[in-house]
Structure formats: C-alpha cells, structure tokens
Write a protein that binds this ligand. Structure first.
Ligand SMILES: [Zn+2]
Length: 216
C-alpha cells in the first residue's frame, strides 16, 4: 500500500463520524462464520473504526463503520497472524498483523475491548518492533516476509541494495530525503505543519535520539 493511500485515509479519518454504522445492505449479508479478508481499515480513533469492504467483486466497496462497543467479538487467529473481529453487519473480519493500522487499532481500542486479547503477546509484539533508519519510529516489523517499516514503508538496509544505492549511508540519505519530501508535500496540501503532520495518528514510538543524515 502506498504512502499516498495512507495519506488519503488520514484525511478521511479526520472526518470519522460517530454516527450509527451503515452496515451492509441486507441482501449481501451472509450467515455468521464467513470471514472477510478483502477490506481496508480506513480510520481508527477513540470512537471506533471504519473499513472499506470490497469482498463483493460485483458490487461497490462498502463503507462500514462501527463504534468500539459495537464489536461483537474479537480474538487472535490461532496462528496469531490476524485479529478476528465481528461487526454489527454479521461479518467476521481478519486483520493482518502487517497492516499499517493493526497497531493503531490495538492502541486505540478501549480496555474493555483489549481485555479479550492476549496482553502478553501484544506487549511482546510492540517490544519486537525495531527503529526505522528512515523515519526514526520504532515501527519495523518482521512479518515473516522480511522486515519493513509500517510507518514509512521502507525496508532496513540490505547488502544487495548496494547495486542500486552504492552503500548504506547513501541508501538512508536518499530514503530520508524522499520521506521528508512526501511529508512536506502532503502537509502543504492539507495546510498542516510538516512535523505535526508526520506524527498524526502514529501508533509507534519515535526515537528521540534519531537524527537524520545531513548531506555533507
Ligand atoms: Zn520508517
């Protein structure tokens, strides 16, 4: 998922409504037990969540909103790679651990929802995140498919990047510049101060000692 997709989502999230969930039209409802995996989480905040469900390929994407208190059921999948939650529309949704909103979802959920989950696992999961050399957040997850940052989407340096970037220093320098440029462009677009924008809704901890590489 691209940075700009997230940006659009972040803009939309500012308009997250606390209105009653729209749900899916009754004719698309199926029996309990179906698990939906074709969806994006668009927004997560103190009130609840909003997702875009595109499971029905012959229908438009469905915007589904739910308040935290309306989540019927929530648990980890047996392999711990997903969070499974059921919304008022009757569908169960499987949320991937490497989704950018997975961590925001966990951070925002109120204690009465979180208590259904494995607290020790969540603590260990957050503790396993590594500091990103591009954006400076503790947001690099090893999802089993390699490590990548859930905040800026870049990968930590790998030796074979040498062919494209020359060396580690050049790699991080270039990626940091790209990241800063993206932040500045989007912040300008929405009339926000770049630093403030960069920390919007980020569920990760920023390393206060992180310093960007200066081109010398
Ligand atoms: Zn990053």
């Amino acid at each position: 998922m691209s940075f700009f997709t997230k940006t659009k989502k972040q803009e939309e999230s500012a308009q997250f409504s606390t209105a009653e969930p729209s749900g899916l039209p009754p004719e698309t409802a199926v029996s309990d037990g179906e698990t939906r995996t074709s969806f994006y989480v668009i927004a997560v905040d103190d009130q609840g969540l909003e997702i875009s469900d595109f499971t029905d390929s012959n229908a438009d994407e469905q915007d589904v909103k739910a308040k935290w208190g309306e989540i019927k059921e929530i648990k980890h999948s047996d392999d711990y790679l997903h969070l499974l939650f059921r919304l008022p529309n009757g569908f169960q949704y499987a949320f991937d651990i490497d989704d950018e909103y997975y961590f925001a979802f966990i951070k925002k959920m109120p204690p009465y929802v979180a208590k259904a989950l494995d607290g020790a696992f969540i603590e260990e999961l957050f503790a396993s995140l590594k500091r990103c050399g591009v954006c400076g957040y503790k947001s690099v997850l090893d999802s089993g498919y390699g490590e990548s940052c859930l905040n800026c989407y870049e990968s930590p340096w790998k030796p074979y990047y040498k062919g494209s970037y020359g060396n580690k220093h050049e790699y991080y320098l270039q990626k940091q510049q790209e990241y800063r440029k993206k932040i500045e462009e989007v912040a300008l677009d929405i009339g926000e101060e770049p630093r403030k924008y960069a920390s919007y809704q980020v569920p990760f901890e920023k390393d206060l000692n992180f310093e960007e590489i200066a081109r010398g």
